[in-house]
Design a protein around this ligand. Structure first.
Ligand code: LLP
Length: 431
């Protein structure tokens, strides 16, 4: 199967050693399931590779926009990772989980004064400043609070990551960061160096997400180190940290390529060292910000099948009790997923259909052109694989549908990490 934590035991889907059909019985339907052991394994790939090839100062930061709830922050802390946060909500969740926020890096391209003050109040270690206006606000608010704030500057290196448009960010005309090519990156650096309440800690770039091109990080390394050397020559400033962002792709379907992340990090490290030597600068402490590759394959979603609709001469629909409210990624990006009938794995899949949700619009599709066993019927358990990233995180209450719980499995044991929303939760904020 697509990931080693999935198994067919007598026709039933097991995930992280747990029987998925038993999980749905125990916790109800629909349900997100996440495999703690797999999350930890994915974290260790980064921690081990970065430390092996780039030394003890290198550290991965979990990009928590991929999946943010208290338990995740506990797990990544135990695995020795920092975090990337993008909102007061993520900062507060990490804080409530006891995450040491000195190891948090605050992103976003438009931090309000309230966001900035909140993050400083909670002791967020680093701000990743997107633009000069924001840098000015950080300096002003840090000054009001009588403190100096550590800042990385987000730069755009001008690289096309060959992924879908919604997640490509390295291009010069991106809404994120300051472009090296236009001279704005240098301008913002000079500005940061002139500000009394900002401590410029280094530079950041993030080229895109769901990236398989193995040379993207190599090219980003070259461009960023050349920039750092140019700044040192002109301003005498040496960056302490270089954050290369996130983006390694994961396999959603069998036809997706595989990328050996540890091997790619080894190549990136070799390139960084060679380039720093050529440029005659010490190598800054390296950061990476994986999100998807930490949690995507550590998650799946379980649904109960409802209506089966056959429109002769046209198409077939299999409806489930969730949909775009728990997974908007097909509606947004036409994302491919592997779909299985978890209780009928041994049956041949010869019934072509679209798997659709329960929400009131035709775009509420989880996947088109899939094949399921022809015996598919009401109450079968349908699993959509690789939903650990950007599913719970992007869920909504459209149609006043309650958000699903997150159940963790770990070597055959299971526990609740996020409760199912109740109908009272749905009306909680209605005045
Ligand atoms: N760092 C920065 C600054 C980012 O913007 C992102 C993702 C990451 C790290 C993590 O990238 P990853 O390793 O997860 O690829 N909703 C979209 C994905 C948006 C990604 C946004 N930024 C989706 O469902 O595909």
């Amino acid at each position: 199967m697509i990931c080693s934590n999935l198994e067919n035991r007598g026709g039933t889907l097991f995930f992280g050693d747990s029987d998925t059909t038993a999980l749905i019985q125990k916790y109800g339907s629909p349900l997100y399931v996440m495999d703690e052991a797999r999350i930890r394994r994915n974290c260790r790939v980064y921690v081990d590779a970065l430390q092996t090839y780039l030394g003890k100062t290198a550290r991965p930061l979990y990009a928590s926009k991929a999946a943010s709830f208290k338990r995740i922050y506990e797990i990544v802390r135990e695995e020795g990772m920092g975090i990337d946060v993008v909102s007061c909500g993520e900062i507060y969740t990490a804080y409530k989980a006891g995450f040491p926020l000195v190891h948090a890096y605050f992103h976003s391209n438009n931090k309000t004064d309230e966001d900035i003050a909140f993050a400083m109040e909670y002791g967020v270690g680093y701000f990743v400043a997107d633009n000069a206006e924001e840098l000015n606000a950080i300096n002003r608010i840090a000054g009001e609070r009588g403190m100096e704030q550590k800042v990385l500057l987000r730069l755009t290196p001008g690289i096309d990551p060959h992924t879908y448009a919604a997640v490509a960010t390295g291009n010069v005309d991106s809404k994120f960061g300051s472009a090296i090519e236009t001279g704005q990156a240098e301008e913002i650096t000079a500005y940061a160096l002139s500000l009394p309440n900002v401590h410029l800690a280094g530079f950041h770039c993030h080229v895109g997400s769901q990236v398989f091109d193995s040379d993207v990080f190599l090219r980003a390394s070259d461009i960023m180190l050349s920039f750092i050397a140019g700044i040192k020559a002109k301003y005498g400033y040496l960056a302490e940290e270089l954050d290369l962002g996130g983006g390694y792709g994961v396999r959603y379907v069998e036809s997706d390529p595989t990328i050996d992340i540890a091997e790619n990090i080894a190549q990136v490290a070799a390139r960084l060292k060679a380039r720093a030597a050529e440029l005659n600068i010490p190598l800054p402490a390296i950061r990476m910000e994986p999100g998807r590759s930490i949690v995507a394959d550590a998650g799946l979603t379980l649904y109960r099948v409802g209506t089966i609709k056959k429109i002769p001469g046209y198409k077939n629909y299999v409806s489930v009790d969730g949909g775009m409210t728990d997974n908007p990624r097909y509606a947004l990006y036409r994302s491919a997923y592997t779909v299985l009938l978890a209780n009928k794995l041994d049956e041949p899949c010869d019934f072509p259909c679209s798997v659709v949700g329960r929400n009131c619009e035709s775009g509420d599709i989880l996947q088109e052109n899939v094949s399921l066993p022809a015996s598919v019927t009401r109450d079968d358990v349908l699993a959509v694989l690789t939903t650990g990233a950007y599913n719970y995180a992007m869920a909504s209450n459209y149609n006043r549908v309650a958000r699903l719980p997150v159940v963790m499995v770990n070597g055959g044991a299971d526990y609740l990490a996020v409760r199912r929303e109740s109908l009272d939760d749905i009306v909680r904020n209605d005045v």
